[in-house]
Design a protein around this ligand. Structure first.
Ligand code: 9W4
Length: 425
């Protein structure tokens, strides 16, 4: 079957009007992307370029897709996780004439079928979250490689794998590491994860956090975001760490630092944000207070050892959506949220649109950079490229101005003073 415009497979096209409303809501919260849409909708720098995208089909992603299309690109899209597609959004995209292949709850076979479908129109640019498109092209569609201008990658894991691929000489087209932009990872991790994690906990429990002992395992960017927000809601925040500098930062930020063995008996709510397995295990569950709530916001779902919990429990039952009650053999009740998976995604809506605004502005600008490299006949080298420092500042500056905030500018004399090494102190 040849590719034709608007070829798609979604769950139910009837959901399109709901999807349109969701997208309109996101648009009203994504001023940077909207400003870029306005600007590049006139000049159409992506005209003649074909972009295959593989990224969570959410209301925010739809705003990115519309921005790419508005700038002249032809686009074909699939989701990058079988559980992350919003069926209404997928329907709205399909109804708007976008080639989209995504539905919620698809199996692994369908997942790869969708990716293959997006490659039918022979893209020359890719936009990835997890690098599945790039891997598929390198392994199954080598015929496309000679036409590829480049790709962009959204996540830490994707960038990590692509760097390994480049090191081995196996990366056959250039990729821009969107993840490494400061306006992406810092804001995603601290403010996005911080708020959405508490949002997930509140949706799944509706507990009062004020006055509670909230234990945050890990004080990396995500843990810090979560700890700050929990503190803001009036919780007594306890942090557990293995890294001395991180523990020291937590202490100086006003958090109480304890070992998990001690925190286990004190906490009312436990949130793991470490990226390491077995943070909460059998002996901790046994020490916990009756009614303790346990959840995870780290990337992998092995931070809370649920096999251990089942072993020390006599029964499990669902209390409310994303909230399971375990009754321990000692009679205590422990509540596990979202089965120990990422609570901010499973029980809430992930990062707020305002945060995705900057991540996706980086994606958009990086696609433009690739298209320009092609126009100028200066294709980037086949390796992983950083986001230029100026792009970060430009996006942060745009965000500030859309928030109505102005900042100072150094005068030439101040700049000279700053760079002057002869003046001494
Ligand atoms: N979503 C996701 C993944 C797994 C998952 C079983 C029912 C990541 C980033 C963005 O991974 C994402 N498992 C679920 S729901 C669910 C959702 N289950 C497990 O029980 C529920 C994902 C990026 N992003 C935002 O954060 C906000 N807008 C975005 O585009 C989206 C989704």
């Amino acid at each position: 079957m040849d590719h034709k415009k608007g070829h798609y497979k979604v769950a139910d096209l009837g959901l399109a009007s709901e999807g349109k409303r969701l997208i309109a809501w996101a648009e009203s919260r994504m001023p940077v992307l909207m400003a870029l849409q306005e600007k590049y909708g006139k000049t159409k720098p992506l005209k003649g370029y074909r972009i295959a995208g593989c990224l969570h089909v959410t209301k925010e992603t739809a705003v990115l897709v519309k921005t790419l299309v508005g700038a002249g690109a032809e686009v074909s899209w699939s989701g990058c996780n079988p559980l992350s597609t919003n069926d209404s959004v997928a329907a709205a995209l399909a109804a708007a004439g976008v080639s989209v292949f995504a539905w919620h709850g698809m199996d692994v076979k369908a997942f790869y079928w969708c990716i293959q479908e997006t490659l039918r129109f022979k893209p020359n640019l890719t936009l990835d979250d997890g690098a599945d498109l790039i891997f598929t092209i390198h392994n199954k569609r080598k015929d496309l490689i000679p036409h590829m201008i480049g790709g962009t990658e959204e996540t830490t894991t994707g960038v990590h794998r692509l760097r390994a691929m480049a090191k081995a000489g196996a990366l056959k087209y250039p990729v821009i590491a969107v993840n490494d932009a400061e306006t992406k990872w810092d804001f995603d991790n601290v403010y996005g994860t911080g708020q959405s994690t508490l949002d997930g906990i509140l949706r799944a429990t509706s507990v009062l956090l004020s006055g509670k002992n909230v234990v945050v395992a890990g004080y990396g960017h995500c843990g810090k975001g979560v700890a700050l927000r929990a503190k803001g809601l009036g919780a007594n925040v306890i942090v557990t760490e293995v890294k001395p500098t991180a523990a020291l930062k937590a202490t100086l930020d006003g958090m109480r630092v304890l070992e998990m063995d001690e925190a286990a008996g004190i906490g009312d709510v436990f949130i793991t944000a470490t990226g390491v397995k077995d943070i909460i295990i059998a002996r901790h569950f046994k020490m916990m207070k009756d009614g303790a709530i346990v959840c995870n916001t780290g990337h992998y779902d092995c931070e809370i050892n649920l096999t251990d919990l089942a072993k020390v429990s006599k029964s499990v039952s669902e209390m409310r959506p994303n909230n399971e009650q375990y009754i321990l053999k000692n009679g205590n009740r422990i509540y596990v949220l979202a089965k120990g998976r990422l609570v901010n995604l499973a029980a809430a809506e992930g990062h707020p649109s305002e945060v995705m605004d900057m991540s996706f502005a980086n994606q958009f600008m990086s696609q433009i950079r690739l298209a320009r490299s092609d126009e100028r006949g200066k294709k980037l080298e086949n390796r992983v490229h950083d986001i230029p420092v100026e792009q970060d500042q430009e996006i942060a500056g745009l965000k500030l101005s859309t928030m109505g905030l102005a900042i100072d500018t150094l005068t030439p004399a101040q700049k000279k003073y700053q760079d002057d090494y002869s003046a001494g102190t």
